[in-house]
Design a binder for this molecule. Structure first.
Ligand SMILES: NC(=O)c1ccc[n+]([C@@H]2O[C@H](COP(=O)([O-])OP(=O)(O)OC[C@H]3O[C@@H](n4cnc5c(N)ncnc54)[C@H](O)[C@@H]3O)[C@@H](O)[C@H]2O)c1
Length: 337
């Protein structure tokens, strides 16, 4: 199949593109090499992909409607939308940047998908949509009405926009609510890597939520595999009955949201201990309050992901964090030498 992938120079996007190519698909991609973190790292990912048959990447911005529409000739069969601005605190400080990329940009992508007659859209949402949702674990049936960060609110907004086109145009929309994704070739701005750098330099690390926060760490290649499974999935589906579901006459709209996580909870201090071991040095801890935008405990029900896509995570933190830290320290050495 021919797949259009937005954000393909990104951490998850580059892994998705690589696996799609491995599985014999053709990939057309767009990325604007945003400088939230190293554009050079994104270029390196893109160069590796460009060396492969069946891959084409256009440098362009999803906020530019003309650039987005140009990606639909030749016509892809599935659109995988991963381009976005990330970062909880940054989203509170720079709302316009997030709203334009994550909401207006999403609007350009979904409308172009519908106008081109492409039948299926898979897009990155986030576990951040759950925010202040009461009750754990977070389930797709929850209303997800209380995001704590503007970033989470933009992702929830995308899900709502998607419902309108799933209903109005019959577009099959799959929103993937990723937990915390980490791994090799990752995003150097993630807390895990900041911890690794500071510990290796003998500097104190700031541990948010006094170390009481709980996360579900998903290996990057596993996250990418879930995206690929969703992109290849041809099965029919109706509306995820979030918040009790819609009225009966609109409940056949092909709109689903899926938690994408391991289902295993890891305390922040457990993550710190694994980073310390990987670095080979003890951390000096500075315990601080959590940010208002941070969810204290992120526990996600992953049963729907398993039953609908047959997804099983392959890497747990004991194996993944040492690999991710080793990658980061060598990346850091190469970047600063
Ligand atoms: N990594 C995680 O822990 C995580 C968790 C939840 C959700 N997500 C979502 O998954 C998706 C991929 O995340 P990632 O970790 O690979 O992030 P990333 O920042 O590495 O990748 C995003 C890519 O999109 C590109 N991009 C940003 N704005 C763009 C624009 N206006 N036009 C074109 N390209 C643009 C960036 O240059 C980047 O290459 C995002 O939608 C993100 O919100 C990620």
């Amino acid at each position: 199949m021919r797949m259009l992938v937005t954000g393909a120079a990104g951490f998850i996007g580059a892994k998705v593109a690589a696996e799609l190519l491995d599985r014999g698909h053709e990939v057309v991609a767009i990325d604007n090499f945003d400088t939230t973190y190293s554009a050079e790292l994104k270029r390196q990912r893109a160069e590796r992909l460009r060396a492969r048959d069946g891959f084409r990447l256009v440098t362009g911005d999803i906020r530019d409607e003309t650039a987005v529409r140009s990606m639909f000739d030749p016509l892809p069969e599935v659109v995988v939308h991963l381009a976005a601005q990330g970062g909880l605190r940054k989203s509170m400080d720079e709302p316009a940047v997030f709203i334009s990329a994550n909401v207006s940009g999403f609007g350009n992508v979904i409308k172009a998908t519908v106008d081109a007659g492409v039948g299926s859209l898979v897009y990155a949402s986030s576990g951040a949509v759950y925010g202040g949702t009461p009750g754990l674990p977070f389930e797709e049936h929850d209303a997800a009405a209380f995001p704590l960060s503007l970033y989470g609110a933009t992702k929830r907004c995308d899900e709502l926009l998607a419902f309108t086109y799933a209903h109005g145009a019959g577009l099959r929309c799959t929103g993937l609510r990723f937990s915390t994704v980490y791994g090799t070739d990752g995003r150097p701005d993630m807390a895990m890597y900041t911890f690794a750098r500071l510990i290796s330099q003998g500097q104190p690390i700031r541990v948010h939520g006094h170390g009481q926060m709980v996360r579900d760490f998903l290996w990057g290649d596993d996250a990418a595999h879930a995206v690929v499974l969703a992109a290849e999935d041809r099965s029919g589906f109706g509306t995820t009955p979030a918040a009790g579901g819609p009225r009966q006459e609109v409940s056949s709209a092909p709109w689903r949201v899926l938690n994408v996580a391991t289902g295993r909870q890891v305390g922040l201090m457990e993550m710190v201990r694994l980073v310390e071991t990987a670095v080979g040095r003890r951390a000096e801890l500075e315990m601080v309050d959590a940010l208002a935008a941070e969810v204290r405990e992120n526990r996600m029900d992953v049963s729907a992901l398993g039953t609908t896509l047959g997804f099983v995570p392959s890497v747990q933190v004991e194996e993944g964090i040492p690999q991710a830290v080793r990658w980061y320290l060598s990346y850091l050495g190469a970047a600063t030498s």
